[in-house]
Design a protein around this ligand. Structure first.
Ligand SMILES: NC(=O)c1ccc[n+]([C@@H]2O[C@H](COP(=O)([O-])OP(=O)(O)OC[C@H]3O[C@@H](n4cnc5c(N)ncnc54)[C@H](OP(=O)(O)O)[C@@H]3O)[C@@H](O)[C@H]2O)c1
Length: 253
């Protein structure tokens, strides 16, 4: 693994194979970071790797199996250039009426959307504390602040993630570990079914979605990535415990 002479620090981005996480990875890469790209699908990760501006390393596995990869991850981040940032972005969405939502779905939502991030954060926390520098960015959701019908499991888990970020900020402060959260609104990524619709049908959905927002443009991964980079990097050295809505104003409508 080559870190490159000009790499200033390293960042691990989960969910880096697609959508918002892929764009966050590219944003950090553009700013000279070495990026660990974590996702399940190696082909997609390789495509993102090819689109990054600097050196990266792929970590392809299911976060549900994190315990089998913990040592490998620790070794990698300890040997790389200053490991300073963890972005917990991997996630799955589930839309179903509460009455129909099975316990298995609830468990999966908690496992992937929250516990995976908790476990990864527990893994890197001692290193951040030892180095007296670290930044954790959680990607929650506007639904974690204001749920809509049919999203109870997802919304509850994202609300937990937002609140957990505040606890991390409180306990991380004495170690110079920052913890912040970005809550995206509706962003056009493969997490939504409308991603696979034909152009006309997709445009109809996107137009109706944009009516829900103050700003008419539908969210794009780069909208979130810019805010994510700003909060998680040294651009915001004195910001911790921030919950930033990046949602076209959907919460005010
Ligand atoms: N798009 C939105 O409207 C929106 C709004 C609010 C919040 N968010 C949040 O933003 C984050 C990114 O979503 P996105 O819209 O970019 O979705 P996406 O394009 O579907 O990307 C999801 C990412 O999570 C990874 N992932 C899912 N389950 C995983 C697991 N068990 N182990 C490892 N990686 C896993 C996927 O990896 P593979 O591709 O390799 O499977 C993929 O990289 C999520 O946390 C989501 O809840 C999205």
């Amino acid at each position: 693994m080559s870190f490159g002479p000009e790499t200033k620090a390293s960042v691990l981005v989960t969910g880096a194979s697609s959508g918002i996480g892929a764009e966050i990875a590219r944003e950090f890469s553009r700013h000279g970071y070495f990026v660990f790209l974590l996702g399940r699908n190696s082909d997609k990760l390789r495509k993102v790797q090819a689109s990054c501006s600097g050196p990266t390393e792929i970590l392809a596995f299911d976060l549900k199996d994190l315990k089998n990869y913990q040592n490998q991850i620790l070794k990698l981040i300890e040997t790389g250039p200053n490991f300073e940032v963890l972005v917990n972005c991997a996630g799955i969405f589930h839309r179903e009426a509460f009455a129909e939502t099975s316990e298995d779905i609830w468990l999966e939502q908690f496992e992937v959307n929250l516990l995976s991030s908790v476990r990864l954060t527990r893994l890197v926390w001692p290193l951040f504390a030892k180095n007296k520098k670290g930044s954790i960015l959680n990607i929650s959701s506007t639904l974690g602040i204001k749920p809509t019908p049919g999203t109870s499991a997802y919304s509850a888990v994202k609300a937990a993630m937002t609140n957990w970020t505040l606890s991390l900020a409180q306990e991380g402060g004495p170690f110079n570990i920052r913890a912040n959260c970005v809550c995206p609104g509706i962003v056009d990524t493969p997490i939504h079914d409308f991603h696979i619709l034909e152009t006309e049908a997709k445009n109809q959905v996107l137009n109706s979605v944009s009516n829900l927002q103050l700003l008419s443009e539908i969210g794009k991964p780069h909208h979130v990535a810019k805010s994510a980079y700003f909060l998680a990097s040294d651009e915001s050295p004195w910001t911790t415990g921030a919950i930033l809505s990046v949602d076209g104003g959907i919460n005010l409508k």
